[in-house]
Ligand binder design. Structure first.
Ligand SMILES: Nc1ncnc2c1ncn2[C@@H]1O[C@H](COP(=O)(O)OP(=O)(O)OP(=O)(O)O)[C@@H](O)[C@H]1O
Ligand SMILES: NCC(=O)N[C@@H]1O[C@H](COP(=O)([O-])[O-])[C@@H](O)[C@H]1O
Ligand SMILES: [Mg+2]
Length: 394
């Protein structure tokens, strides 16, 4: 067989696409799965499967059909019990079936982090109905953030400043949650100085950390990220220590995106992804090995050197603003013009747009983070989406 390993990739968005490129460079055969045809990773993988990964029978059948060396989840929305079953039958789930099960549910990972491992988190309480949500909010105080226990990218999440708004937040969370567990986490709003993602790689030879990544979020979704973040040695060591404890607890090999809020010298654990992180797309330009290369190496059991920064860098997202299936990108040449400095763009090739859907990302590297952010933001702004064809079609 000409391949080093067979990988069943569960989720085929932009993160999966870059991971597929990294894994293929190391000789892997990748089967990209998602619920729609033509997903970003499918365009670069060896083969594709279109089915709902929340459907236990279909997921089981895909695993049986391919009998992969590695099952690599790329999204949270997967029937994770099937992954646990597969692991029990000898398949390797990345990083581990337990990690996918715990992180899919905010309450489960919070219990591990706060209760079992004693990490510093925001004050929180869970609620399964409006009355419990009210009680939880009086426990945390205002403002507080209400999030469905099952959701991602800020879906169903809102910040509440007064008791009379809890009902609206509860209704919003229930209406936008994934799955059928009507449960929310109510957590104290942290007025952080900044927030970071600490990319943490669990390898056969130990744990490696990338320099911290700063990011700015809107509507619970990332807008721009940059690396490195100037943080005190004390704060960085606290974050690294917490990240190490949580990834060691979850086990397995691969890259994790561990999220923290930082307020003064206080570091507060927020949550983590047991897979490459969207804010980590900056590493496509900032590091010798990107987060996707690191994930691929760790999974395949290859040596993973300490990630090295090529220079201060930033990423900025390119978003759509309406629903369309016929559209065209404009301004790529402007965005990449050399007088811009060291910039690059990744267009993901998603077959349809919708409001706020991330269609691409601009990347920049410069002498300092501020310049890199400015360059990335400007390049992202120069790529526009022309929906005119859609109007003509109608
Ligand atoms: N307790 C909090 N205090 C202050 N800001 C918060 C709090 N919780 C969340 N946020 C803000 O909302 C963002 C998204 O929250 P969180 O990471 O919990 O959501 P998510 O749906 O899991 O997002 P993703 O899947 O993209 O990581 C955070 O990065 C932060 O900017
Ligand atoms: N914060 C999680 C994240 O960034 N996930 C990335 O977005 C894709 C879904 O995008 P879509 O909703 O546009 O299809 C996922 O497949 C993954 O690559
Ligand atoms: Mg998050």
């Amino acid at each position: 067989m000409p391949f080093t390993a067979t990988i069943l990739l569960l989720g085929s968005g932009e993160l999966g696409r870059e991971f597929t490129i990294s894994a293929k460079r190391l000789g892997a055969y990748v089967i990209a799965c998602d619920s729609y045809a033509g997903a970003p990773a499918m365009q670069v993988a060896d083969s594709a499967e279109v089915f709902s990964m929340l459907d236990a029978d279909l997921l089981r059948a895909a695993i049986e059909r391919h009998r992969p060396d590695f099952i690599v989840p790329e999204v949270e929305a997967i029937r994770t019990e099937v992954l646990a079953e597969a692991e029990a039958r000898g398949f390797t789930v990345v990083p581990s079936a337990r990690a996918t099960q715990l992180t899919m549910n905010r309450d489960r990972i919070r219990d591990v982090a706060a209760v079992e491992l004693g990490l510093t988190t925001s004050r929180y309480r869970y609620a399964e109905n409006l009355a419990e949500a009210q009680a939880a909010a009086s426990h945390t105080g205002f403002p507080c953030v209400v999030k469905p226990v099952m959701s991602s990218s800020g879906k169903g999440q809102s910040t509440v400043t007064a008791a009379e708004d809890v009902e609206r937040a509860w209704d919003y969370a229930v209406a936008n949650m994934r799955g059928d567990r009507r449960r929310v986490i109510v957590e104290q709003f942290i007025a952080f100085d900044y927030e970071i993602t600490l990319l943490t790689v669990r390898t056969r030879d130990g744990v490696r950390f990338c320099p911290p990544i700063g990011h700015r979020q809107e509507r619970g979704d990332y807008q721009e990220s940059w690396q490195p973040v100037a943080m005190s040695q004390h704060a960085l060591s606290q974050a690294q220590d917490m990240a190490r404890r949580v990834v060691d607890d979850l086990g397995g090999y691969g890259l994790f995106g561990v999220e923290f809020f930082v307020r003064g010298d206080e570091v507060i654990f927020s949550e983590l992804s047991p897979r490459p992180h969207d804010t980590g797309m900056v590493t496509l330009i900032s590091q010798t090995l990107s987060e996707f290369d690191l994930h691929a190496r760790a999974i395949l059991g290859l040596p993973v050197p300490e990630p090295r920064l090529l220079g201060p860098a930033a990423s900025a997202v390119i978003l759509a603003d309406r629903e369309a299936t016929t559209f065209a990108f404009e301004g790529l040449a402007d965005a990449l013009s050399t007088e811009q400095g060291e910039v690059d763009v990744r267009l993901f090739g998603k077959p349809a747009t919708r409001p706020y859907r991330r269609m691409g990302v601009a990347l920049a590297r410069a002498a300092d983070v501020e310049t890199a952010r400015r360059l990335a933001g400007r390049a992202a702004g120069r790529v526009t989406i022309d929906y005119a064809q859609l109007k003509a079609d109608r």
